[in-house]
Design a protein around this ligand. Structure first.
Ligand code: 5CA
Length: 465
């Protein structure tokens, strides 16, 4: 993509009403624009990030054996009357009447709708276990929408629902979600710690929230510092194995880690030595629940067992804040100059800065680099505007592309360009071919990218030198 043809409305001024770094940076980098309180348009750069986050969520859900589908945003109130939540949910629910005067609502979550789908189509134990999920916009009329997409009223959420014959199977589904979430968040460059929490309006006894530690987080957290040393990493896991998932769950939840809702000071002191006790704040990016038959019983979601007995299914639900994650990632990864995207979610893989626009040599070398990066199946952003070098660098730093190739007439005379790492600031000189090779190598482990089937673009840079 050439920046001159793109839509990247960056702001020079720091928006006065944005209180935290991620909100300020998302506005300044032209990622989002507020449409009304807690409701945002996703501008092209922000939309790319949102899609990347969504893609990782889909890939990890499918890896865990969960099945994607799509349910609507508008739901009938009647279903919620069946579960008893229409009256319980309170003012956070946006209630709407259609022209026939039928009560509708903009879904804040989907337990009722999915249970209705299940009961219409499944009636045998043979169809279990089953986990269905979707990624869809939700609406909760939050009292205090704030911090941009972190606490929106309209927000994008992945919500998944497991249906199992027994409590034991449903607890396996819970553990399987926990494992898949650890992988999901690590692929986004985040450490998200499972913490024992309250279940609130979703219900049930077993629930963990996943928290990214950040001073600006809305949740108060208490934890054993040892937990921050844990990494899931590249382990091979069999998601069907109860033992393997249980072992990961125990590894990641046996140490003290709780939100303020469930925190017990006495237990904290008893279980954690003083030098490891931490009290801080975190951003909740996901939550998993086991609630047994809370919805299946009143709504009649039953199956026949092998013995011909009719029993309600055991369920849980599992959410990831897809739009909130865009803010959480920035909160965890930025500096004074702007955002620093982890490679897994970056909107463009590499920025190309032309220091002398209009010069046939630098223009040609930049165009060749742009095409060579595209030929790898990667997305370059080439700043081809007629701007000062300082302004181009400031834009690149603000929008946070992890790698930048800088092309100037002086370097080209010696056959070299510069490759700069946004995170470390380290600059290396190398030939354009080496720069493309390096970029290719950097993104190779991200297997979601198109595999390189052809040898690197044959185009020679030297025609321009
Ligand atoms: N039905 C369950 C699981 S699917 C559920 O709704 N869980 S939840 O209430 O915890 O929401 C799931 C995730 O959505 C949260 O962990 C959080 O990351 C995100 N989320 C919740 N409310 C908001 C909001 N107002 N703005 C942005 N993200 C939100």
């Amino acid at each position: 993509m050439r920046l001159s043809r793109y839509f990247l409305p960056v702001l020079k001024e720091t928006p006065a009403d944005a209180q935290i770094a991620s909100h300020r940076l998302m506005l300044r980098a032209g990622m989002i624009k507020q449409a009304s309180a807690g409701i945002y348009s996703w501008l092209p750069l922000g939309y790319k990030v949102l899609r990347n986050i969504e893609r990782i969520v889909h890939e990890e859900q499918e890896r865990a054996g969960h099945i994607a589908m799509l349910m609507p945003t508008l739901q009938s109130a009647d279903l919620w009357r069946e579960s008893g939540r229409y009256d319980d949910y309170g003012e956070e629910m946006l209630r709407i009447a259609d022209r026939q005067g039928r009560d509708m609502l903009y879904g804040p979550t989907n337990e009722e709708l999915i249970t209705d789908i299940f009961r219409s189509h499944v009636n045998s134990y043979k169809d279990l276990p089953l986990t269905l999920y979707h990624i869809q916009w939700k609406f909760r009329d939050e009292i205090r929408p704030r911090f941009g997409v972190m606490r929106g009223r309209e927000f994008y959420m992945k919500d998944g629902y497991n249906f199992d014959l027994t409590r034991e199977d449903a607890l396996h589904a819970y553990n399987r979600h926990l494992v898949s979430y650890l992988r999901t968040f690590e692929r986004m460059g985040l450490q998200a710690i499972p913490m024992r929490a309250e279940s609130g309006p979703i219900g049930g006894d077993d629930t963990h929230e996943f928290l990214v530690l950040a001073d600006t987080g809305e949740s108060e957290v208490f934890y054993d510092s040892e937990i921050t040393d844990l990494r899931f990493g590249e382990r091979d896991i069999d998601y069907d194995s109860h033992e393997q998932c249980q072992a990961v769950m125990e590894e990641f939840t046996s140490r003290y880690a709780r939100t303020d809702d469930t925190h017990e000071e006495a237990v904290f002191h008893e279980r954690v030595p003083e030098d490891r006790r931490r009290h801080g704040r975190g951003i909740e990016v996901g939550q998993i629940f086991y609630f047994g038959t809370k919805y299946s019983e009143p709504m009649g979601a039953t199956v026949q067992t092998r013995d011909g007995e009719t029993v309600p299914v055991h369920m849980g639900s599992h959410g990831i804040g897809v739009s909130r994650l865009a803010g959480a990632i920035i909160e965890a990864s930025h500096d004074d100059a702007g955002i620093i995207w982890p490679e897994g979610v970056t909107p463009f893989h590499v920025g190309i800065v032309n220091l002398k626009q209009g010069d046939s040599q630098t223009d040609g070398a930049c165009a060749a680099l742009h095409d060579a990066v595209e030929a790898l199946g990667l997305a370059p952003l080439y700043d081809d505007r007629d701007e000062r070098a300082g302004a181009k660098f400031a834009t690149m730093d603000l929008i946070g592309l992890p790698w930048r190739i800088t092309v100037g007439p002086r370097g080209l005379k010696n056959g070299v360009v510069e490759l700069t790492c946004r995170r470390t600031g380290k600059v290396e000189e190398m030939t354009p071919e080496q720069a493309v090779e390096r970029v290719s190598h950097i993104y190779a482990p991200h297997h979601h990218l198109r595999p390189m089937t052809e040898p690197m673009a044959k185009r020679s840079f030297h025609t321009w030198l």
